[in-house]
Design a protein around this ligand. Structure first.
Ligand SMILES: NC(=O)C1=CN([C@@H]2O[C@H](COP(=O)(O)OP(=O)(O)OC[C@H]3O[C@@H](n4cnc5c(N)ncnc54)[C@H](O)[C@@H]3O)[C@@H](O)[C@H]2O)C=CC1
Ligand SMILES: O=C(O)CCC(=O)C(=O)O
Length: 480
């Protein structure tokens, strides 16, 4: 398919040749590969390609960007190669780093990029995003999105995507392994033998059959875990702020206290929110059964670690497994010591405490699936503007443009959710045929998408400029 799409180029970009590649798999891309994100008065305006205006009846308008190489992508934290390839195949310029970056370096790099991909470590605070003048989209190659200031991002017209369940099974399997490992003190026995000491004991070692698992947060991971635990002969109770149907014979309890008093193993699968901060602290350890176990593979802020250290020393809990910590090292090989978290040395000295480096979702299956899923979300957003799956924006999408819509242009207008905007936008679009339009709002931000036809080349820039001048504007993109 010849190139038939153009766009207003990103700030500071130079004009380049059309890129004819399309390596996005699993993505029925039907609109433009093109992008407009510049709000700069110095933006470069490119003439449409010769195919703009071509009319081929009923054919899907499968558009090609004319400057894909201007799209700059920064991928941090060793994002899976599947995601990297999806974006490279689009012709985007992709910079790939294995670890996260300290704040000052991140600020420098984020100034230039249009797309950033991160995992759980990189904090995209308002302070950092403020410098990201060209950024249009963030991909969290993980489940959690607590590391991004979602509302600031929305207010700056930056969409955020994640992968809501591609690693859920991997986390649940790790927790199953930990339940048995804790019950049998596997970590300690293995460490002893690694040090050359034979220590064969059965005291304090248990089967898990017939024991009760208490799941805090019965979402994707919690419910998956519930099924596996029952299959191994455990009883399951769960606590969640939402009433939820239990899998198998599992049973929802009314309060966290009820769960803590009734479980032999307690495992946390809640998101990081103000409500879940230190939700397992001294008081909750007191409520747990004598000799029970705690597992946390959710977020480091959910468990008060000094309280856990105390509960372990007093024998209140017989063991714990932690995969997440309030402060985590930037990359592999970095130290996990008291410089990072003041209590690190105390934690490391405890018996029957399994410590893993945030690997709950780290399997080949999960990472590869996340790479594909989030990579495709990012490309679709850059190329078509569709926000389906975004975690901070209204979800808006339009059916494909086709070649029988002459001189078709897709207008995307992200704006403050205030009265009167639609009227003003439609006044600007009034001279053209609006083939389809969708608008939706989420909190203070609204997202409008309109496919219009009969737009002459000379009119595109004016259209863009008129929308940019509206006082409600957050970001305008014109794809064609
Ligand atoms: N260790 C790792 O590598 C990984 C960690 N995670 C973490 O696990 C968390 C849970 O993941 P999913 O199960 O996919 O999330 P989810 O969103 O499917 O489920 C979370 C559940 O927690 C419940 N919840 C929220 N606040 C609560 C509260 N205050 N008290 C009780 N229940 C509450 C929600 O209603 C929901 O049912 C993620 O937010 C992420 O932080 C996720 C994947 C990998
Ligand atoms: O794999 C990662 O880096 C993060 C996993 C995680 O915590 C998540 O998916 O929320």
């Amino acid at each position: 398919m010849p190139s038939s799409a153009r766009d207003i180029a990103p700030r500071n970009s130079g004009a380049g040749a059309a890129d004819g590649r399309d390596g996005v798999h699993n993505l029925t891309r039907t609109v433009s590969n093109s992008l407009s994100m510049s709000t700069s008065p110095t933006m470069t305006f490119h003439s449409p390609p010769s195919s703009f205006g071509a009319r081929r009846l009923t054919e899907t308008k499968h558009l090609k960007p004319f400057n894909t190489q201007d799209i700059r992508v920064l991928l941090l934290e060793n994002v899976n190669q599947t995601g990297r390839k999806i974006m490279q195949d689009q012709g985007y310029q992709v910079e790939f780093l294995k670890s996260s970056l300290p704040e000052d370096q991140l600020i420098e790099k984020i100034k230039d990029v249009h797309v950033i991909g991160i995992r759980s470590k990189t904090k995209l605070t308002a302070n950092i995003l403020r410098h990201a003048k060209n950024l249009i989209v963030v991909g969290c190659f993980c489940i959690g999105t607590n590391q991004v200031d979602l509302s600031y991002a929305a207010s700056a017209g930056i969409a955020v995507f994640n992968s809501p369940f591609s690693n859920s099974r991997s986390v649940a399997e790790l927790v199953i392994a930990e339940i048995i490992a804790l019950a049998r003190q596997l970590g300690d026995r293995s460490n002893e033998l690694h040090r050359g000491t034979w220590h064969k004991v059965s005291a304090g070692c248990w089967e898990i059959r017939g024991k009760t698992l208490g799941i805090v947060g019965y979402g994707h991971i919690g419910s998956q875990l519930s099924v596996m635990a029952e299959a191994m002969g455990m009883s399951v109770i769960y606590y969640d702020v939402v009433p939820l149907m239990g899998m198998g014979t599992s049973r929802q309890v009314d309060s966290l206290r009820q769960l803590l008093e009734g479980a032999d193993f307690v495992t946390c699968h809640v998101p990081e929110t103000p409500e879940t901060k230190n939700m397992i602290g001294s008081e909750q350890f007191e409520q747990m059964r004598q000799g029970s176990y705690l597992i946390n593979a959710s977020r480091g802020t959910v468990v008060d670690i000094p309280a856990l250290i105390n509960a372990s020393r007093t024998g209140k809990i017989a063991g714990a497994a932690l995969d997440v910590y309030p402060n985590e090292p930037a990359g592999n090989g970095d130290y996990f010591n008291s410089g990072l978290n003041s209590w690190s040395d105390d934690l490391r000295s405890l018996k029957n405490v399994i410590l893993t480096p945030h690997i709950g979702g780290s399997t080949e299956e999960a990472q590869s699936a996340i790479g594909v899923e989030v990579g495709n979300y990012l490309v679709r957003y850059v190329n078509e503007g569709a926000t389906i799956g975004a975690v901070n924006m209204p979800e808006v999408s339009l059916r494909s443009m086709t070649m029988d819509e002459p001189n078709g242009v897709r207008v995307i207008y992200i704006h403050r959710n205030v009265p009167g905007v639609l009227r003003k936008v439609n006044e600007i679009l009034a001279d053209h045929n609006v083939d389809k339009q969708m608008t939706d709002s989420r909190g203070e931000v609204a997202y409008l998408m309109a496919d219009i036809s009969n737009v002459n080349t000379s009119e595109i820039k004016d259209l863009y400029q008129s929308l940019e001048e509206l006082s409600s504007r957050i970001r305008t993109r014109v794809l064609y």
